[in-house]
Design a protein around this ligand. Structure first.
Ligand code: ISE
Length: 338
């Protein structure tokens, strides 16, 4: 049942659009790990998959995304990337607080439409799922930067075991490396000035005409270098690293593992296969922050504006593969996102 959220409700009725990997993880986490919310509706183009999750969580299957939005207090969008913008606009039109998975959209035009819809509404209702902003490793890293002086270079590694949705070079930048494009801007409190992508010899699983791994090199307006290894078919496991090299020292982010195993004459820790194994806690914190913020009539984490900036940067990076270094041109930030 739809409720007006101008007042505090005890439990937020959340509809989850998309019941694939991340939609299922979000729905389970909302139902079991997060307080102040319940999953009441789910929708997926694959209705059998939606029904299985609904049965597991005691939720209902909506016949359409529109019906889910109309029936829920708040919405999580976890559909394929190309659907995010249209569904986010439906949520804004219906004035539903929304947590939209990253990217806001693969193209700049679509991302801009979402920002325009929110500007027309005149208030922020959309939170964007750049969950790394809630990862304890990145949070500690950001807090520690002033202790080592002026950041000069940030080295980033982002490796997937296999290309999650099939590999294209553009997809690697707009879907995967887009996490680094957001998190480095957030870590440094700075904006990008330029981007250049360098490609080399293909890895064994790289389809003809695509590039993997790639090196993405950005400069920021204050002159910090940001370097990203984007490698989506690394085979051996899922790994994300970040090292800040500053004027007075360096900072290395932890890898998110809590256990060191000594056995069989070896010492080490497990490498997860998927990002959920590395960022489970970040997702949980992100959802809790979103539910808490929604109860207060606020948004949490990254905004639609952050999503637009990330998509502008990712698309400049895509152009750079064939056209060389690109300037990053971001329009003036509207007051709504100050
Ligand atoms: C996926 O959608 C994610 O968000 C993961 O964090 C990222 O590592 C992966 O490359 C994306 O496809």
């Amino acid at each position: 049942m739809s409720l007006c959220l101008n007042h505090r409700v005890t439990s937020l009725s959340v509809g989850v659009i998309g019941t694939g990997n991340i939609g299922t993880a979000h729905a389970r986490s909302l139902a079991r790990e997060v307080s102040g919310a319940e999953v009441t509706w789910v929708f997926d183009a694959d209705s059998a998959r939606a029904s299985a999750l609904a049965d597991e969580l005691g939720a209902h299957v909506a016949p359409s995304a529109e019906q889910l939005i109309a029936s829920s207090d708040a919405v999580v969008i976890a559909s394929p990337d190309a659907l995010h913008a249209d569904q986010a606009i439906l949520c804004l039109d219906a004035q539903r607080p929304t947590l939209c998975e990253k990217p806001l959209a693969p193209t700049v035009g679509e991302a801009q439409r979402v920002v325009d819809a929110e500007l027309d509404l005149g208030r922020r209702l959309l939170s964007l799922g750049f969950m790394r902003r809630f990862d304890p490793g990145y949070v500690y890293l950001k807090a520690a930067i002033p202790s080592v002086g002026t950041p000069l270079i940030v080295h980033n590694v982002h490796r997937n075991t296999f290309a999650p949705y099939g590999l294209t070079s553009a997809g690697t930048l707009t879907n995967s490396a887009i996490h680094e494009l957001d998190i480095n801007r957030w870590l440094l409190d700075d904006e990008y000035a330029s981007v250049q992508v360098i490609v080399g010899r293909p890895g064994p699983d790289t389809p003809e005409g695509e590039f993997d791994p790639m090196l993405v090199i950005l400069t920021t307006e204050r002159g910090t270098l940001v370097e990203i290894e984007a490698f989506v078919n690394a085979r051996y496991g899922y790994e994300v690293r970040c090292e800040v090299v500053a004027s007075g020292g360096t900072l290395d982010m932890g890898d998110g593992s809590f256990i060191t195993r000594r056995a069989d004459r070896a010492v080490g820790h497990d490498v997860p296969e998927l990002w959920l194994g590395r960022f489970g806690e970040a997702y949980r914190r992100e959802l809790q922050a979103w539910v808490d913020a929604t109860h207060r009539g606020k948004t949490s984490g990254a905004t639609a504006w952050d999503g637009l900036v990330a998509t502008i940067t990712a698309n400049a990076a895509v152009r750079s593969i064939t056209e060389g270094p690109q300037a990053i041109d971001v329009p003036a930030r509207p007051a709504l996102y100050a």
